[in-house]
Design a protein around this ligand. Structure first.
Ligand code: MIC
Ligand code: SF4
Length: 646
């Protein structure tokens, strides 16, 4: 049987284990990325274990999330990240240069390589035929010092694209269709590999939209072959030498496959509050919006914004709509200026934002009370936009532009002749100017660099080794699909404390249960109870770090999202799964748990919890590798690495 692109790259990167179903393997990591939220954690870890220099081929820290400095904390974070990058041999991309994932595709991603990125949308670089996996900052820091990445041999889910995208229908609509068919859980345990004649009509930025949203499908990552389209893109970026051809064998084997016929696809919308609540734009009903945002790492390429501008040209933004546009990178912004696209947008009434994440994560443009926001980003979880009562609809740039004109969700085909979109291609050659990137080569003696730590950068909280016997109280009981945004939400007021855990921790579960923080503070040790897919969404490791800081010993859930489970292990918290899901019903808040002989139970991978006040026992499974068991026993990744490097 032939090999998929995924399996070809994995087999060329195997450090340990055999590429067999359910086998634990370790793969070499060539590149890493982190940013001004997650990179700080990685940098603190590098400092704490005192390494001289990273050992990856390319590691980059981007400033793209926390760019709205309304007080000094964000600037402190950026200064810390910059000096830490220079100290450890990491590229540093200054604020304004663009959104990490999009920029990484443009300037660093290479076919055939493996990247681990401290952000869930790291898969975006899969558009160029590389395996790019999102993880927490500590896992990324580990791979920056040559640890490799451990995972279970992934299964490969093939999405075969047939036909051709019709005008007015976009790569975003393919991603939403995949979500409609597979749901937010459909990709769990899989790497999604896109193939078929349909991919030939997709540019690298369009492929990036799809690879980006593979995480919304629950997948480990998404990947495209590296073909002539990839070569042309790299050539346009002045990096043709980085191209290698990488195609699946004709008889490549996939564990699961679906087909999407692009000829039949229509503009789609994901309704609040999950990306898989998908409906046709024409059938979503009358949804009057307050704001429209075109941007984010999903949909802010030159051609995305050009298409929106073509629809808006000569028209005006509806009186009730606030339209903002955030280009994905400075390279895109310059091209839009040069070609007069920006002028068309401004004339239509759009507000131009800087090249950063911005509204996608509630950093600016937080909707009004009970607001309705229509966005081209990838997540519409409750609270994600910076306020808990907003409703966010996810759409393509074309649908966003049409909506901005009419004031209500509109299929672009209903208000313009879509032939105007015919010429909206990516440029064949891009303007190359990396002046906002500081290369490690510019630093003469990295060991002499002083890391500048403003007041806002406080040392990471630490924990000791795993306890031999645990006694803990159930502090909260939650339902299914709890996101990391639910655990520790994101917006400007909150995120500025990303490097100051005691302050950041004050916002834990603030939208879900206002009493959580005062209650957990009164407890010495506690346990969190979750439903299915606990910790889905962003890689925000603070969703594990803060519980550790508050003394959470275990999270017991029906199932976990992959990155969050990794993060819990990295912070020494036991991720336990109910052996019998109905036991979930037997547990209430304030129940007192006892887990005895913890080390032996961890080794066995089965942990029995005594519910002391109810005199019952609940069986749970600890489904982790032997390596993870070791990390857990040592009290998390920081302790593990420190012990190892000693
Ligand atoms: C997100 O989209 O939620 C973020 C902000 O980019 C996160 C990173 C973080 O939470 O720090 C992600 O996707 O991993
Ligand atoms: Fe930034 Fe949003 Fe992309 Fe996360 S999903 S990296 S916040 S643009």
């Amino acid at each position: 049987m032939g090999l998929s692109v995924t399996k070809k790259i994995i087999s060329s990167h195997l450090l340990d284990g055999n590429m067999l179903p359910n086998e634990q393997i370790t793969i070499k990591v060539d590149q890493t990325l982190g940013h001004d939220l997650t990179g700080i954690m990685a940098a603190q870890m590098l400092e704490s274990v005192q390494v001289d220099k990273v050992s990856t081929e390319t590691s980059v820290f981007y400033c793209d999330h926390n760019t709205l400095a309304t007080s000094s904390e964000n600037a402190d974070d950026h200064m810390y990240l910059k000096t830490a990058a220079q100290r450890f041999g990491v590229y540093f991309s200054k604020p304004g240069n663009g959104i990490c994932h999009f920029l990484h595709c443009q300037r660093f991603a290479k076919p055939g390589k493996v990247m681990l990125g401290a952000d869930s949308h790291t898969p975006t670089s899969g558009a160029l035929g590389m395996i790019a996996i999102g993880s927490g900052g500590l896992s990324v820091a580990k791979s920056m010092v040559g640890e490799g990445f451990k995972l279970t041999t992934p299964k490969v889910l093939n999405i075969n694209l047939t036909g051709n995208l019709q005008l007015g229908v976009s790569a975003k609509d393919i991603a939403l269709e995949a979500l409609r068919v597979l749901s937010v859980k459909g990709g769990i345990g899989y790497i999604i590999e896109f193939t078929g004649e349909g991919i030939e009509c997709l540019s690298v930025p369009q492929r990036a939209t799809l690879a980006n949203m593979s995480i919304e499908l629950g997948a480990t990552t998404g990947i495209f072959p590296s073909d002539q389209v990839t070569r042309d893109f790299l050539k346009g970026q002045g990096r043709e030498q980085d191209w290698v051809e990488l195609l699946p064998d004709d008889d490549a084997e996939y564990e699961k496959a679906i087909e999407i016929n692009l000829n039949e696809l229509e503009p789609l919308v994901a309704k609040p509050h999950m990306p898989d609540l998908v409906a046709k734009a024409r059938e979503v009903g009358e949804v009057k919006a307050n704001s429209v945002f075109i941007g984010s790492c999903t949909n802010a390429s030159y051609s995305d914004i050009l298409k929106a501008s073509k629809i808006l040209k000569g028209k005006k933004v509806h009186k009730d709509i606030d339209l903002t546009v955030g280009p994905g990178s400075r390279q895109v912004l310059e091209q839009l200026i040069q070609d007069g696209v920006l002028a068309d947008l401004v004339e239509a009434g759009a507000r131009i934002l800087e090249c950063a994440c911005g509204p996608c994560i509630g950093i600016g443009q937080v909707p009004c009370v009970n607001g309705i926001a229509v966005r081209t980003s990838n997540r519409n979880f409750k609270g994600r936009s910076g306020t808990n009562d907003a409703s966010v609809y996810l759409v393509s740039p074309e649908t966003a532009a049409a909506t901005a004109i009419t004031g209500k969700i509109t299929d672009p085909r209903d208000i313009v002749d879509v032939n105007i979109l015919k010429e909206c291609a990516e440029p064949t050659s891009y303007k190359i100017d990396d002046c906002l990137i500081i290369s490690p080569a510019e630093v003469k003696d990295n060991k002499k660099v002083d890391i500048i730590r403003g007041e806002n950068i406080v040392p990471l909280p630490e924990r000791g080794v795993l306890r031999a016997d645990i006694e803990a109280t159930t502090v909260i009981k939650l339902g299914d699909n709890i996101t990391t945004d639910d655990i520790i939400p994101a917006n400007t007021d909150i995120l500025k404390y990303i490097a100051n855990i005691p302050k950041f921790a004050e916002y834990t579960f603030c939208y879900t249960d206002e009493t959580f923080v005062p209650r957990i503070k009164k407890l010495k040790n506690s346990v969190i109870i979750g439903g299915e897919n606990y910790g889905q969404g962003s890689s925000r490791e603070h969703a594990a770090l803060i519980p550790m800081f508050f003394g959470v010993e275990a999270v017991v859930a029906k199932s976990f999202a992959r990155i969050h489970k990794e993060n819990l292990i990295n912070y020494g918290i036991l991720p336990l799964v109910f052996k019998n899901k109905t036991d979930y019903e037997k547990i209430d808040m304030d129940d007192v748990f006892a887990i005895n002989d913890v080390y032996a139970q961890v080794d066995k991978g089965e942990v029995t919890i005594k519910v002391v006040n109810k005199n019952i026992a609940i069986k749970t499974i600890l489904e982790v590798s032997d390596f993870d068991k070791r990390v857990l026993k040592e009290g998390g990744a920081l302790n593990y690495l420190r012990n190892k490097l000693k």
